[in-house]
Design a protein around this ligand. Structure first.
Ligand code: FES
Length: 225
């Protein structure tokens, strides 16, 4: 296996041919935030949260899909990287609808955690938000596309893991949306109860519908007079 020597955050390190910067960083105990990347699957490069600086390159690069090369000098947390990452997360949040206080994803929300780590407060940018009605006709999955950040992890999960190809991406630019068929509400005819995509969703866009009968089981019995 060809060894590659390079510099990571000022320290000499070595990696292997075919490794990405993200893999090298993780192997060396350096945490780079990611939102669209799923370990073991081809990176889509959709979110740009994982950007890093490589000496000699004019622009920052997405670490999840940039291979390492001999002699590279990489900074994963330089001031420029942190400021850019912060703006990327701010823009994602500015577009993202709903209140964190009311969201079922709560502390499991990955964008919320990354925003807290980067000390992102209320977004500075006023951008148009994408509002969609909640889709809860399926007994297996509830979709709130107003919270979707278009990371495409659900598409990956359904295509590559469940092999069902239920989701696709449609429209362009601001109107881009993860859709089912020709943008139909998801129902039990197309989506089975595999649930693979739900935990992979980094926000509250996908969740399990609450079973009303189960919910009622936990409530105190009220005897009406
Ligand atoms: S994690 Fe690299 S672009 Fe999203």
């Amino acid at each position: 296996m060809d060894e590659i020597t390079l510099t990571l955050n000022g320290s000499p390190v070595s990696g292997r041919q075919g490794m990405t910067i993200l893999e090298l960083a993780r192997e060396n105990g350096i945490e780079i935030p990611t939102l669209c990347y799923v370990e073991g699957f081809p990176p889509t490069g959709a979110c740009r949260v994982c950007v890093v600086e490589v000496a000699g390159l004019r622009t920052l690069v997405a670490s999840c899909h940039t291979p390492i090369t001999q002699g590279m000098v990489i900074s994963t947390h330089s001031p420029r990287v942190l400021e850019t990452r912060k703006v990327i997360v701010e823009l994602l949040l500015a577009n993202h609808c709903g209140s964190c206080f009311l969201c079922e994803k709560a502390n499991l929300c990955e964008i919320r955690k990354i925003a807290a780590d980067l000390e992102v407060g209320l977004p500075r940018f006023q951008v148009r938000k994408r509002y969609y009605p909640i889709e809860d006709v399926s007994p297996y999955i509830k979709r709130d596309m107003s919270k979707c950040i278009l990371c495409r992890r659900c598409v990956l999960a359904c295509n590559e893991i469940a092999k069902q190809n239920v989701f696709g991406i449609a429209y362009r630019g601001f109107r881009s949306k993860i859709v089912v068929d020709c943008d139909q509400p998801i129902d039990k005819e197309v989506c089975r109860d595999c649930g693979i995509c739900i935990p992979l969703c980094p926000t509250g866009a996908l969740s399990k519908p609450v079973d009303v009968r189960e919910e009622k089981k936990g409530q105190p019995l009220v005897i009406k007079g």
